[in-house]
Design a protein around this ligand. Sequence first.
Ligand code: GLN
Length: 266
Amino acid sequence: MKKKSLVLLLAFAMIFTFALSACGGGSSEESSEAAEEETAVLKVVTEATFAPFESTEDGDDTIIGFDPDMMAAIAEDQGLELEWVNMEFDSLIPALQSDQGDIICAGMNKLAGDRAEKVDFGDTYFESDLMLLVTSDSELTGIDAVTSDMKLASQIGTTGGDMVQQMKDEGKIADGVVLNQWTDCYLQLQNGEVQGVIVDKPVGEEAYLNNHGDIAKFVGDSFGEHEEFAFAVQKGNTELLEKLNTGLANIKANGKYDELVAKWFS
Ligand code: GLN
């Protein structure tokens, strides 16, 4: 009799232990999944030759600028973790469409073309206009003074790039040179290969004229569509977009946004 009750007791203990570990294990699995979801690192894609919004310093791949600082402040406010990936500007929207990125932050004009049909843009975080950058000895007085024998450069896939290609198609210039990096556009201007660069005003001022004001200048008034820079998320990701918009509103309200503008724009 004793032996039988011992066997029964052992069987009960084994069943109880198994049940306990199954329940406990489930909760630990659920908590680890929840923890993973909470700390999922979001991939921010950008094109880092657009100082002072984003650039890299010689020999260092770390992306610095107003955009990384702004997004870091938003991420802290909203409990997000970000990693940055540098790629060509015309690869940014395809990266989100192919789930190779979660957020675009690249001084991207949310009003341009069909961009808003492909990704969802957030609230505006900066405004800008296009300007014509020329060498200091240029006699050009503005974009309307450009003649059909001239060449203009800008970055591929951007509003400036679209404009130089449009001017070429309309026969207003001899060639519209679209390049992958803004730094290459500035070099072609300096080397005399192009007579002008169409670039965003704050970028031309901060990234080039502040350091090359002796050999280059802006001429004429701004032109093209007034631009509204915004971050973007994959189409339909309203939850993430609401977090980013809330974070932006919060850093504007607490003074952090203005502190970053003062840091990066003279
Ligand atoms: N603001 C321009 C655009 O949206 C250029 C952006 C950039 O070169 N990063 O196309």
